[in-house]
Write a protein of this length. Structure first.
Length: 436
């Protein structure tokens, strides 16, 4: 896995564009239950695969998808070219089980990539290693697998199919910004696939769920127990607006805007990227609740993005309920939980800023340096007073402190990491506060 990409590397866009949109769309939208309907709900193969004959998304309009994505401040797109069901959303020569053989009959990946190219908007393609349709894939009934006849299983043949398909995706659609693998259940290793992607598509980043190590790690859904330490390697977390599925689900329950904002804030402020997912219905339209959530998050992200994507400064302020980012004359306090009241005392921090501004609303807080009344310590602390506490509950708030001089030195890039790229020990990765 990579710590970063040097500026000269064509993949370095990934370290500048930090929040992307994930879209799960395929014939599973016809069922409207789950992208893994066959595995999770036991729908028989014949019944499921007949969804293909009803896939006719008359309202699919790549321009309106891209408008929505861009208006909401997302900076790249990851789209499901092939999910576990094996259905392909592009015009592939490798299997007839593809979108050209539906009533719709148009190349969805082609239409989307064309729109992305017009706007210079990075497009990555999701590709599932597990394949429930291809007879050669060794479906042995492990997790995310539906047992098939072992007489046909042949990993070599399957890998030939995968490589041919990835070559198609990397050759027929102009610049592709990444291959987003998922579910290499057999743990098969074949770095030659990654080498081929690199040689055909120098801008393409590759995640760590495929046939080799990849460039970055991919924690998913709830992943909060990391001690708030910055990521040692490139990381991209993801979650969906829907609580039960990644694809369109008729009776979906949605996450709160606050919970999703908190996740985005957490991962980006620790140096990672975030992919926010939604699934359009069988017509090609995003459900209204999903659109509303994306709009609200987009508005918020626009207000606080600069602070979230500034370098992480863990340990600079000791309060457990917020994260710090910043550099030079700026320190950002990212309040993962709403403040308990109108005053925030910054533990272990005693430099008076020239300005303390709540980025969400533009309001100013009153900054003072004084000992805290409820502790015995006489040491002065930075206090932020007169916060609009009751109006800070429904969104993740960010306060930006501006100092008269460059006092903030961000954390060093950590050297060691665990599986998800998280440093275990804080000592070297603390930010430093210079004397004025
Ligand atoms: C999990 C799910 C899969 C989904 C993916 C997105 O791997 O099994 O359905 O596409 O998460 O990250």
């Amino acid at each position: 896995m990579k710590k970063s990409f040097p500026e000269s590397d064509m993949r370095s866009w990934f370290t500048r564009k930090r929040c992307g949109m994930f879209i799960h769309w395929g014939i599973y939208a016809v069922g409207g239950i789950h992208e893994q309907e066959r595995w999770r709900y036991g729908t028989p193969e014949k019944v499921y695969e007949a969804y293909k004959d009803r896939f006719d998304p008359r309202k699919f309009d790549p321009a309106s998808w891209l408008d929505m994505i861009q208006e909401n401040g997302m900076e790249y797109l990851v789209f499901t070219a092939k999910h576990h069901d094996g259905f392909c959303m592009w015009d592939t020569n490798e299997t007839p089980f593809n979108v050209m053989n539906t009533p719709f009959g148009k190349d969805v990946v082609g239409m989307l990539s064309e729109e992305c190219h017009k706007r210079d908007f990075p497009l990555e393609l999701y590709y599932s290693c597990v394949d429930w349709h291809h007879k050669a894939y060794p479906n042995l009934g492990r997790h995310h697998e539906i047992e098939t006849d072992p007489a046909f299983h042949d990993m070599e043949e399957y890998m030939r199919f995968v490589k041919n398909q990835i070559r198609e995706l990397c050759t027929n659609y102009g610049t592709i910004h990444g291959i987003w693998w998922d579910m290499n259940v057999p743990g098969h290793v074949d770095e030659s696939v990654h080498e081929m992607i690199h040689s055909l598509q120098p801008c393409a980043v590759i995640n760590n769920r495929g046939y080799g190590e990849g460039d970055y790690s991919t924690p998913e859904r709830n992943f909060l127990d990391n001690g708030f330490l910055p990521f040692a390697n490139l990381t991209e977390a993801c979650d969906s607006v829907g609580m039960n599925a990644w694809s369109f689900r008729k009776d979906e329950d949605y996450f709160s805007v606050r919970k999703l904002e908190k996740q985005i804030a957490l991962y980006t402020a620790l140096g990672g990227n975030f992919l926010l997912n939604a699934g359009p219905d069988a017509e090609g339209v995003f459900p209204s609740p999903a659109k509303k959530i994306l709009r609200e998050i987009g508005k918020w992200y626009g207000q606080v993005k600069k602070a979230l994507t500034a370098p992480p400064c863990p340990g600079l302020v000791k309060n457990a309920s917020f994260l710090c980012t910043g550099e030079g004359d700026t320190l950002n306090l990212i309040l993962l939980d709403p403040p308990a009241g109108e005053t925030l005392n910054l533990e272990g921090f005693a430099i008076l800023p020239e300005e303390a501004r709540i980025l969400n609303t533009g309001e100013e807080a009153v900054a003072t340096l004084e000992p805290m009344s409820y502790t015995l310590g006489k040491e002065p602390r930075l206090r932020l007073r007169k916060l609009p506490a009751d109006r800070m509950n429904d969104s993740v708030q960010v306060i930006r402190l501006k100092f008269a001089a460059d006092v903030i030195v961000p954390a060093k890039v950590p050297e060691t990491e665990n599986r998800d790229g998280i440093r275990q020990d804080l000592s070297e990765s603390q930010g430093i506060c210079r004397d004025l």
